[in-house]
Design a protein around this ligand. Structure first.
Ligand code: DGL
Length: 263
């Protein structure tokens, strides 16, 4: 069981930002990644639809003999992680949530910004997160429709992207945020561009590395950490595999086998 793979999924390519952190921390682990690109963006879908997709993914990873599951997607986590934990009690399951706790601890101005999808920001889980960790700070939330679609096309720099991003970041800067949470796994790919657009003393926080550490903790606890050599990561997409193959080198350090996911 130790050498079994870990299943990781997202609505699209965003979860690759998390996959990179997992691979960095746990280089012995074999990783399977499903991008539900045929249904991206999740941010504007109903929670019921996303829950259904989560169970399709989980079933697939079970067939692949996975030993653990990572929801490398904030939007899927708020909608589906509770059901998955109920339905797959045998697995360590790691989800993602916007880094409200570390941001509230780090802010000096007392104003924190959150860039995330509409689905994440409207969820009860996010409201609970604010109630729990953000009572002493002001939180400005900004949904970012359209960003994910551009990133899915491998666009990390175009004038259109820069313009859209400026529209979303502007209100956070105007409100005095000194800490900005990247609450969607697609957004870490925009860090280089974002850094050009914001003053140097504003911090950008995401949770990819924390998720990798949490996965490491759970695997250690259950004596499931791999100690052999990892197989190369394998990829599936529910849209055109050729498109994914073309984008992979932009967002991932190596190429990999990409297959079609027809479920
Ligand atoms: N990458 C996802 C997240 O972390 C969702 C993007 C989307 O499909 O809208 O929220």
């Amino acid at each position: 069981m130790r050498e079994a793979p870990i299943g990781v999924f997202d609505s699209g390519v965003g979860g690759l930002s998390v996959l990179a952190e997992i691979q960095r921390l746990l280089p012995n682990e074999s990783l399977l990644y499903v991008a539900d690109c045929g249904n991206v963006p999740y941010g504007e879908k109903t929670p019921e639809f996303i829950r259904q997709r989560c169970s399709v993914m989980a079933e697939f990873f079970q067939q692949q003999g996975a030993k653990a599951l990572v929801l490398a997607c904030n939007t899927a986590t708020v909608a589906g992680v509770a059901d998955l934990r109920r339905d797959y009690p045998q697995w360590p399951i790691v989800g993602m949530e916007p880094a409200v706790k570390p941001a509230a601890a780090a802010t000096r101005s007392g104003v924190v910004g959150v860039l995330a999808t509409t689905g994440t920001l409207q969820s009860a889980k996010f409201a609970a997160l604010l109630d729990r960790f953000a009572t002493d700070v002001r939180v400005i939330t900004q949904p970012c429709p359209g960003l994910v679609e551009l990133i899915e096309n491998g666009d990390l720099h175009s004038p259109a992207l820069r313009e859209l991003l400026a529209r979303y970041v502007g209100p956070l800067l105007a409100a005095g945020c000194d800490t900005i949470i990247l609450g969607c796994t697609h957004y870490p790919f925009l860090k280089p561009l974002l850094k050009q657009m914001i003053p140097e003393d504003i911090s950008l926080i995401d949770t990819g590395a924390a998720v990798a550490r949490q996965l490491q903790r759970l695997l250690t606890e259950r004596e499931l950490l791999a100690d052999g050599t990892a197989d190369a990561a394998q990829f599936w997409t529910s849209a055109d595999p050729e498109h994914f193959r073309n984008i992979l080198p932009i967002l991932w350090n190596t190429s990999g086998v990409v297959r079609s996911f027809n479920k």
